[in-house]
Ligand binder design. Structure first.
Ligand code: KMT
Ligand code: NI
Length: 179
């Protein structure tokens, strides 16, 4: 099992930081893997940095940065959050390690339903290229995450509502992979 769950529909900005659990129907680790995602808990009392680095290299990541998402560290916090919470995909996998704080990654499952994945310190999350997802902090309003990149640390999102994403190579490959 995972901590993930089916979530209620929510309009961006409105109540997005609340848990929004829609039902008690389980969303299992198998369901998560069927959508191409992986989630691990890393023991941070040990040599976690080496373990996380090794994992990221194994999945093809060469670069990383650390992002602090909270009202004091991040200029234009609410605007940035609105960008993160817009449903999007990337051409690279989204690999994140949570160093401090907590938040929610929402993914679209294979049936296009929103699934909420709560993350907290020690969580390592892999979302494949081409999956629709979004991110928000929770009501604590603070998270520190290590982000991994294939090439230079550059965050580029393609929003679903802008259309065109369905025809992208990474989206087509993602859909083939989950079938
Ligand atoms: C993304 O692509 O949604 C993000 O990088 C969110 C910020 S990482 C906690
Ligand atoms: Ni993303």
């Amino acid at each position: 099992s995972t901590d993930a769950y089916f979530m209620e529909e929510v309009s961006p900005g409105h109540l997005q930081k609340k848990p929004l659990r829609a039902s008690d129907a389980p969303f299992t680790i198998e369901d998560l893997e069927a959508s191409g995602c992986l989630a691990y808990k890393v023991d941070m009392s040990g040599a976690w940095e080496k373990a996380v680095e090794k994992y990221s290299e194994d999945v093809g990541m060469k670069n990383r940065d650390v992002v602090k998402i909270n009202p004091t560290s991040m200029p234009n916090y609410e605007e940035k959050l609105a960008i993160f919470f817009e449903e999007h995909l990337h051409t690279d996998p989204e690999v994140r390690f949570i160093m401090e704080g907590s938040g929610y990654f929402d993914i679209r499952d294979v049936k296009d339903r929103w699934v909420r994945i709560p993350v907290a310190k020690g969580d390592l999350l892999f979302l494949p290229a081409g999956i629709y997802h979004r991110f928000t902090t929770d009501e604590q309003d603070s998270i520190v995450a290590m982000r991994f990149f294939k090439d230079a640390p550059r965050w580029e999102a393609f929003n679903r509502r802008d259309e065109g994403t369905e025809k992208m190579e990474e989206r087509v490959d993602y859909i083939k992979g989950v079938k």
